[in-house]
Structure formats: C-alpha cells, structure tokens
Design a protein around this ligand. Structure first.
Ligand SMILES: *Cc1c(COP(=O)(O)O)cnc(C)c1O
Length: 344
C-alpha cells in the first residue's frame, strides 16, 4: 500500500506515460523506469528479500539472467524446456543435470540455474547444499522459483544470488497476464539486470504489471486453497487403479518431501500423475466439469496439461495438474467421477 496521502486514490492506477516531465531522479523515459514497475518491484522484492526487476515474461527474465554468464552454464535437464532451447542458442557452454542429481563439480562454471520444484517433474534439489558447492567454485547461483512462488520459498535466504520467476503462473494467478521477474541479493547484479532490461527493451506493459500486483494481494489465500485441493486430490488418487506415478512434493510419501519441507515455507497446487495413454487423459478431461485442458498453471481454475504434447521427455499419459481455488469437495468429486465414467 502506498504512503497515505489524503485525497489520493487508495490504490494507485497504472501509469502509461512514455515520457515524464523532466527533473525527476528516476522517471524520465518509460523504457527505463515507471512508477507501476517500481510498485510491484518493491512488493516482490520485499517477499523475495532482495532487489527486484520486473520483465515482460518469465522468458525475458531468464534471458537477462543467462546473459550474466559468458563461459559455462549448468541447467536442469528436466526443468522448463524453453530455458534449454534459449541456452542452446547462446554463445556459452551448457551442461544439463537432472534436478534430482547427481550433481557434477562446478569447477569452471559461471552460472548454475536450479529449478526446484522442477517443472514438470516436481523433483526437488537442496538449494543450500548446491549453493555452497557452487560458491566454492566461484559460480553464481540462480533459482527458477516459478512453481514455489515468493511466499512458498525464499532462495535468497537459502544462499542463492538470484531468483528468477515466471509470474504468468501463480503469482499473477488469474491466467490473464504474462510477466516475469528477477530478484538479486546484490545491488550490483540487480543493476546489470536492470541495464539489460533497458537496453534490450524487454519491458512489461504497465497494465500487465498492475494486474500482476493486484493478483499478488491474494497469492497467500489462493495458494492455501490450491494446496488444500492438491492434498485432497492426492489422497483421493493414491492407490486409484487408473492412476500411477502420483507426485506432489507436499505429500509425506513423496521422494521430494524431506528436502522440500526443509527449504519450502509452504506447498502449492501443482501435482502430477500418469494415466494409461493419451486417449485416457483426453477422455477424463472431456468428462470433467471443473478441470480444463490447458497449459500453464497456478491460476484460479483447475487445469491439466498433457506434457508429452510439448515435447517434455515424459510418457504420453503424463499429466501436470494445477489445482485451482474451487470448493475442495466439489473438485475431488468431479475428478473421481470423470475417472469412473470415462470407460477406461
Ligand atoms: C512458464 C515458465 C517459464 C516461462 O515463463 P513465461 O512467463 O511463459 O515466459 C519459466 N520457467 C518456468 C519454471 C515456467 O513454468
């Protein structure tokens, strides 16, 4: 909330100006800076615990982070697929490592990018342990925190140098905005990231920035309901004869749970499972009244995405499910009914 000034609006409106009246220390030309960016950057920066720079998308934010490295980068082999595509186009050496490890020596590495929980596999890595190994070798550590969100995990507190995120997912949370951010522990690295945004021009629109800020206000409430729905669906689907390889880092039975519960402050609504075939997934989604087939995750409404269609190295019946904010009993009943009436 901005400082209270009598007569000014309770909530600030988006500022669309290209240019500002001259003489202000920050606001001159809209590509470099804007009060709407600064408002969201100060809110996310407070949650992440560092200096935040907002970007037009998660990929614009990741581009700026990978641009910090000139030599060798270590990336997750099972993380967001476009990060690997982008790195392959850059003039750097890339090593790909699965999030669950084993991790190689970081000798000669400039930048280690972790993604935990990874999208879509939901494997988890120990941020503190990997940060000490990477720092001992002189590498910077960035964590893609998209799945966890700034209130689910604080990588800077765990020793990482940089947090990067797609805020198109749970942070904005309404499936109507593309946005990303980078938060840095050091003002020097944040300055380089801000410079990259200004010169490359990957700036967010003020309206999108404002919408994401509005969404952020309910992130806590949305995550709570989404995690409750994921836990209820996990319980309902555990041992179901049509469902295999159920994974949710928030479940005590999950192989990620021990590390996840140590470093995450809370869980969220994203879980995965596998049905027998592509056809089985399509029938169940057609039979469901509450779950929509759509990519992306973290929105108000439950969605399910068959990741093999995007080229992720997963079985054809692998589903990434994003539990929304529906009533828990309604959602569980709907998913169980869709499974039982799909004639699988
Ligand atoms: C979606 C996503 C991205 C890319 O973000 P966009 O906002 O779509 O550009 C990056 N990392 C992860 C983990 C994602 O899920």
């Amino acid at each position: 909330m901005p400082d209270p000034q009598p007569g000014t609006p309770l909530q600030a409106s988006p500022v669309f100006a290209t240019g500002f009246h001259a003489g202000h220390p920050s606001y001159g030309y809209g590509r470099a800076d804007n009060p709407t960016y600064r408002a969201l950057e100060s809110a996310i920066g407070a949650l992440d615990g560092g200096e935040c720079v907002v970007f037009a998308s998660g990929m614009a934010a990741i581009s700026a982070v990978l641009g910090l490295a000139a030599g060798k980068i270590v990336l997750p082999s099972d993380g967001y697929y476009l990060t690997r595509t982008l790195a392959a186009d850059l003039p750097v050496t890339v090593a790909e490592v699965p999030t669950a490890g084993p991790w190689p020596s970081f000798d000669g590495v400039d930048l280690v990018l972790l993604e935990t929980p990874s999208n879509p596999g939901l494997d988890v890595c120990d941020i503190t342990a990997l940060v000490s190994a990477a720092h001992a070798a002189g590498a910077l550590v960035a964590v893609d925190n998209t799945t966890a969100t700034p209130i689910g995990q604080r990588p800077l507190e765990l020793g990482a140098d940089i947090v990067v995120s797609s805020d198109s997912k749970a942070l904005a949370g309404h499936s109507d905005v593309l946005l990303g951010h980078v938060t840095c522990r050091s003002a020097d690295v944040a300055g380089r990231i801000r410079h990259a945004r200004t010169v490359r021009g990957g700036i967010p629109g003020p309206f999108e920035t404002w919408l994401a800020h509005r969404g952020l206000g309910t992130l806590d409430l949305r995550l709570a309901r989404q995690a409750r729905n994921a836990a209820a669906l996990y319980a309902a689907l555990s041992g179901h004869p049509l469902v295999s390889d159920l994974r949710w880092p928030g479940a005590e039975q999950d192989s990620s749970y021990v590390v996840a519960s140590k470093q995450m402050r809370r869980f969220n609504g994203v879980f995965t499972f596998t049905l027998r075939s592509q056809d089985a997934v399509e029938r169940v989604l057609a039979a469901s009244e509450l779950v929509t087939a759509a990519t992306s995750f973290g929105g108000l409404h439950s969605t399910a995405d068959r990741r093999a269609q995007w080229g992720d190295p997963v079985p054809p019946g692998f589903v990434r499910f994003s539990a929304g904010c529906e009533d828990t009993d309604d959602l569980v009943a709907d998913v169980l009914r869709a499974l039982s009436t799909s004639d699988l």
